[in-house]
Write a protein that binds this ligand. Structure first.
Ligand SMILES: Cc1cc2nc3c(=O)[nH]c(=O)nc-3n(C[C@H](O)[C@H](O)[C@H](O)COP(=O)(O)OP(=O)(O)OC[C@H]3O[C@@H](n4cnc5c(N)ncnc54)[C@H](O)[C@@H]3O)c2cc1C
Length: 388
């Protein structure tokens, strides 16, 4: 079976790797001319790390990133609201929580593919299909035929728009910024934290020996990204009086290295498939970043899709099985993440005070079962022993 994957993000690369493990031929067509050097980090929860171990890259990802041991939520003044012991989560789930620079993760996944599988500078414009084949069309005039096409081309997927033009993105009400800095500041390196203010949040996550990743969110209308210095000034304006080392982290980030994205998702939808074509990752189930699960879902989906294609003889059965298995899980994550975002981004002073009181009073057992439902989910049914 010959498979075309449109999009060489985390979802597309993991799908190619999972198919490679099953001996299924796949080629990834990525629109950018070179590997993405995204200046941001990403947190990979045990549900995704289990897949990466099953695909043979878990140890490299863990070594290239930082294993997180605890995380906390606090107020803008630094008062603790909630602390989670991630060592315990790792023990319960059987895999670590790892934060890593996105470019490092992309590099590990790309290097694990056989030569020639990942092709750059191939923006796809659409596809046609008949009873026997599917044909992808590229901007440079090239066409490629295969048995299957997987649209892993992100939240603004060209493939999804062709299949289901009525589906619209849903704006969350908040925008996000991200950055990565090298630092020797132990207070920043020791923190895995999310700070909740009114209609704004700031997170710090260690992603290496001397490296941290930060993210920030703020309630505002979606729109263009301002000039770099104006954008940095806006961030200092919103977060500059928050607890240490938030101001220092922002000041240490070059204005031009700050990434800005308005935060969207799509309310869960089905189907994802039209005969020989299906969707994966953000193309199928984009979610807000409040659970840190968007890429983790893409990684889980990649594993399940490859397994379905391996075990089902007929592609229609395989894609139906993939979609049936993945839709409830991803829909639950999208809904849950949306609701957490609504609570975390509360702006009214009285409502945010009440929210803080409730979070402080949250029983450990409630939070633990919620975290286990998210991060303890295991599509591989596999225990990791001695990091393997
Ligand atoms: C602020 C923020 C923080 C986040 N933090 C986390 C986190 O901590 N953990 C987590 O798991 N998730 C996180 N996410 C979500 C995560 O980034 C996404 O879910 C993940 O990147 C989705 O991967 P993907 O491969 O499906 O799509 P993408 O990463 O969007 O990749 C799509 C790829 O397709 C290519 N492409 C697009 N169109 C075409 C075309 N026409 N032809 C060819 N190629 C094309 C693109 O260039 C890109 O390389 C976060 C998201 C945001 C916004």
């Amino acid at each position: 079976m010959k498979t075309i994957i449109i999009g060489g993000g985390i979802g597309g690369l993991c799908t190619a790797l999972a198919l490679q493990h099953h001996g299924i031929e796949a080629v990834v067509y990525e629109r950018t001319a070179a590997p993405a050097d995204v200046g941001a980090g990403i947190t990979l929860w045990p549900n995704a790390m289990k897949v990466l171990y099953a695909l043979g890259v878990g140890a490299s990802v863990t070594a290239a990133g930082a294993r997180l041991t605890r995380s906390r939520i606090c107020t803008a003044s630094g008062a603790p609201l909630y602390e989670t012991n991630l060592n315990e989560l790792e023990e319960r789930c059987g895999a670590p929580v790892v934060a890593i620079h996105r470019a490092a993760l992309h590099g590990i996944l790309a290097n694990a593919l056989e030569p020639g599988v990942l092709r750059f500078a191939m923006p796809c414009e659409g596809f046609t299909q008949d009873a026997h084949t599917v044909m992808a069309r590229f901007k440079n005039g090239a066409t490629v035929a295969a048995d299957l096409l997987i649209g892993a081309d992100g939240i603004s997927s060209v493939i999804r728009r062709q299949m289901f033009p009525a589906i619209q993105l849903r704006y969350s009400g908040y925008t996000a910024w991200r950055g990565v800095i090298e630092t020797a500041d132990e207070s920043a390196l020791g923190l895995t934290s999310e700070t909740w203010g009114r209609g704004a949040r700031f997170g710090i996550v260690r992603i290496g020996q001397k490296r941290i990743y930060w993210f920030a969110t703020h309630n505002q209308a979606p729109g263009d990204t301002p000039a770099p210095e104006a954008q940095k000034a806006q961030l200092l304006d919103i977060f500059g009086t928050w607890h240490d080392p938030i101001r220092q982290v922002l000041e240490a980030t070059p204005a031009t290295a700050i990434l800005h994205n308005d935060v969207y998702d799509i309310p869960p939808f089905t189907p994802w498939t039209q005969d020989r074509v299906t969707l994966l990752g953000d193309a199928a189930h984009p979610t807000t970043p409040n659970l840190g699960q968007g890429a983790c879902m893409a990684i889980e989906s990649a594993f399940v899709l490859a397994r379905s294609l391996k075990t089902e003889g007929d592609h229609r059965h395989a894609l139906h099985r993939y979609e049936t298995e993945r839709q409830p899980r991803t829909a639950w994550v999208t809904h849950t993440s949306w609701r957490i975002g609504a609570v975390a981004q509360v702006a009214h002073p009285a409502a945010s005070k009440l929210r803080n009181m409730l979070v402080r009073a949250l029983p450990q057992g409630v939070m633990r079962s919620q975290m286990d439902r998210v991060a303890g989910f295991d599509v591989t049914n596999r225990k990791i022993v001695d990091g393997q």
